[in-house]
Every structure is written in C-alpha cells, then in structure tokens.
Design a binder for this molecule. Structure first.
Ligand SMILES: Nc1ncnc2c1ncn2[C@@H]1O[C@H](COP(=O)(O)OP(=O)(O)OP(=O)(O)O)[C@@H](O)[C@H]1O
Ligand SMILES: [Mg+2]
Length: 410
C-alpha cells in the first residue's frame, strides 16, 4: 500500500515536490504581477531570491518555470553555476537552446546567423573571449543582443521568456559576475517601439523574466560591487521559514481525501493522515521545507497501512534525526564566527531578555553598537533573526536546535 514508488515526499533538491506548501507571495508575484506586466510590455525588474540552504529557492523558481512552460512560455532549464565556473558560458548555452526553440536559427537571416555565431563563441570561451579576441564587442553584448531577439520573438507570440540562473553565489570571478548582471539587466531594460492599433507608436519593454537564486552571500557581492545599478534592476527577496498554517494546509489533502496510490493490482487506494500526525509533522519540521519533505518521507515509510499516525511520524523522524541535525549544523557551520556567537548568545537568554545590549555583552562585543553590523546581517541578509526592541528568531529550526533538545523526539 505505502511503497517507495508511491511516496510523494522527496527531500532531494532541484525537483518540484508533489506536496507543495506556501510561498504564495512569491507565486502570486509571478502570476499577478511579473507575468501580466511583461505580457503588457510594461517594465519589471528581475527577481533575486536568496536564502539559507534548504529553504526552497530552487524549488520555488522551478515551480514558477514549470507553470510558465505550461502557459506556453519559453523557459531555460535551471542554469546551475558550479563553484568557480564561468556563468557566461552556461547562460550563452541556455540562450542558444531557447533561440532554437524560438525558431530564430531557422529564420536564415545573416544578422541572426552572425549573432548566434558570436554567442556560440561565448558558450565556448566565456568571459575570456574578450581577452582572446580584441576585436568585436564584449561577450555580454552578444548575450544581451540574443536575449533581446528572443524577447522580441516572445513578444510577437504573446509569451514570456524566463531565464533562471541558480547557485549564483558560486560566481567568484568579478568580471564574469559584472558581465552577467549587465547582460541580463540590459535585456530586461531594453525598450522597443511597437505600433499599436490606430497607428500610434509606443515604447514597450520586452517580456523577459530573470530569476537569480542562491545563498544570501550573493547580495553582498552583487549589491556592494554593482551597487545601485543592480538594485534598480533586480528586486531581492530573502526567503524565510514556511508558516505552520501553510504546511498544515499542504497536508490537508491527506486528511480529507487521502493521497492516491496504485495498489499493484490496477486499483487505486488512498493514504490518509490523522490530524495528530499532521500536527506532529508540522511541529517537528519547524517551517523548514527540506525537513518537511524528510519528515514526510520517513513517516510514509514508518508503516504500511492506509493511515499515517502521529506515532509513525515520530518513528519516522527518529530515523531522520541525524540528517535533521546535520542540516541545521550545516547552516550554522557556514556562518562567520561572530554571527554564530551572536546567535548562541541570543539563544542562551530567555526570550524576554533578548535585547541588543544584553546579547552584545554576552557575545563579547565591546558595545551594542559594535554588534550592530553582525546583527544586521543576520536579519536583513540572512533572515535568521528579527531585530527590534526585543530580538527573536525567524529561522525556527536554528532556534530549536540552539535552545532545546530538538530534533530529539520522545
Ligand atoms: N514550498 C515548498 N513546499 C514543500 N517542499 C518544499 C518547498 N520548497 C522546497 N521544498 C523542498 O525542500 C527541499 C529543499 O528545496 P531546495 O533544494 O529548492 O532548496 P534551496 O533553497 O534551493 O537549497 P540550496 O541552498 O541547498 O540550493 C527540497 O526537497 C524541496 O522539495
Ligand atoms: Mg538550490
């Protein structure tokens, strides 16, 4: 009845999970703002979605891309940037594929053939192309021009072109980062003149949506180095834990209708969850999408029958506990020492005493002001804490790990 093949939960990365929770603000931004505005030729900034590991950045944009593709939009695959690699090559390659899908290659225009040839050179040589071929424009210019051509073709078809570059924090080369942001930014802000019914000529933006996803460190590099231009061209969101209500809602299907599975004999049966099981699962995962999938996966395996109980959720979690611990330790382990010390000092204090002065003193800062930059980063860049008169945790798994026995379960 409950087999591995039927298990709808999947803690693996880079797939859109079957059991989806929340992120309605970001999904609505795409559905109700970004896409409609682009279709109407209105200008929109690119979107940068950052967050600590496992918060669902990649899954979110893959879900948006899948929805876009279903609408007939043209989407790149997830362009994942491995550490230290040249993003221009990867983006050039993805744009060439889009150009083919858009039929640009088959138009047999000399201008387009030349352009595709130049982008092929970028795909082969990347940012170093500029050094080897002193003649000709920079690689980023070719990328912008091709993206503009794709955007024009998309416009004439009434669809959007969506570009998704993931793991952007891995772009370590300044020149490559700068060229990439300029190439994408120039295409987003490109205006074209179209003639509307009645013969009037108006300027419109191209229907190009750019999503950049990665770890929060990216903001430091892009923000500080590229300054105002980057901020004007890309709107940044730092993802937070998913609300318990949204997680509960996501499991509602199991409570009400049950999750459909095939029983091997050609019949389908349904796997239900008790309300207690849902509450236990939601409580254990602390808003972490990765832990949500992990807990769900193990709860599914913890029994065979058509009903997932709270006991099974707890039993499943015990097998996942080591991984849950490792997950939070990975998040903490990435933090610079001062940031970790501040979090630990905060966790040691009762919630009512978490004021900056007290935390700063306990963490060994000379003054509250000296702890300012560190606490600001933990708040605005990483979204792990919330500053205010009293400080609190936004990353509830980090909080639970530092302040209680979690992830241990009775
Ligand atoms: N909204 C969601 N609802 C349910 N599960 C989700 C949601 N978002 C992500 N997940 C699950 O959480 C896990 C982590 O997601 P994902 O790999 O997208 O995170 P990430 O932020 O890109 O992590 P990393 O920084 O390691 O790349 C995956 O198993 C994914 O299926
Ligand atoms: Mg990811």
């Amino acid at each position: 009845m409950r087999s591995a093949v039927d298990n709808p939960f999947n803690p693996g990365s880079d797939v859109v999970p079957l059991v989806w929770a929340g992120r309605t603000v970001q999904l609505e931004d795409w559905r109700a703002v970004l896409r409609p505005r682009l279709i109407h030729g209105l200008p929109e900034r690119g979107r940068t979605i950052l967050g600590e590991p496992g918060l669902g950045k990649s899954a979110l944009v893959r879900k948006i891309a899948a929805e876009a593709a279903e609408n007939g939009d043209w989407v790149t695959p997830q362009i994942r940037v491995p550490s230290g690699s040249d993003p221009l090559k990867l983006v050039a390659d993805a744009l060439l594929q889009l150009a083919h899908a858009a039929g640009l290659a088959s138009r047999r225009e000399k201008r387009l053939d030349d352009l595709l040839g130049r982008v092929q050179s970028v795909a082969a040589s990347g940012v170093s192309l500029a050094l080897r071929e002193s003649r000709g424009p920079n690689p980023h210019v070719a990328l912008t021009q091709l993206l503009v051509e794709i955007g024009l073709a998309a416009m004439s078809k009434g669809v959007v072109c969506l570009v998704h570059v993931d793991e952007v924090q891995n772009i370590s080369d300044d020149a490559a980062l700068s060229q990439l942001l300029i190439a994408l930014g120039d295409a987003i802000t490109h205006r074209t003149t179209v003639t509307v019914p009645g013969g009037l000529e108006v300027e419109q933006s191209l229907p190009i949506a750019v999503y950049l996803t990665g770890l929060p460190e990216f903001e430091d590099r892009a923000g500080a180095k590229k300054g105002a231009t980057f901020a004007r061209r890309f709107a940044t969101t730092v993802l937070q834990a998913i609300d318990d209500d949204d997680l509960t809602q996501a499991l509602h299907e199991f409570v009400i209708h049950g999750w459909e599975t095939a029983d091997g004999a050609g019949r389908s049966t349904r796997v239900h969850m008790t309300q207690d099981a849902v509450a236990t699962l939601v409580d254990l995962c602390r808003g972490e999408p990765f832990l949500f999938q992990l807990a769900g996966q193990q709860a599914w395996y913890a029994g065979q029958g058509p009903l997932i109980t709270a006991d099974q959720v707890a039993a499943g979690w015990r097998t996942a506990q080591r991984e849950a611990t490792a997950h939070v330790e990975r998040i903490l382990g990435r933090l610079p020492q001062r940031e970790r010390e501040l979090l630990e000092a905060m966790a040691e204090l009762p919630a009512a005493d978490r004021r900056l002065t007290t935390i700063a003193h306990r963490a060994g800062f000379s003054t509250a002001a000296a702890a300012g930059p560190t606490s600001q980063r933990l708040d605005t860049v990483r979204g792990i804490i919330q500053r205010g008169k009293k400080y609190s945790f936004r990353h509830r798994a980090v909080e639970a790990y530092l302040t209680s026995d979690w992830p241990e379960v009775e």
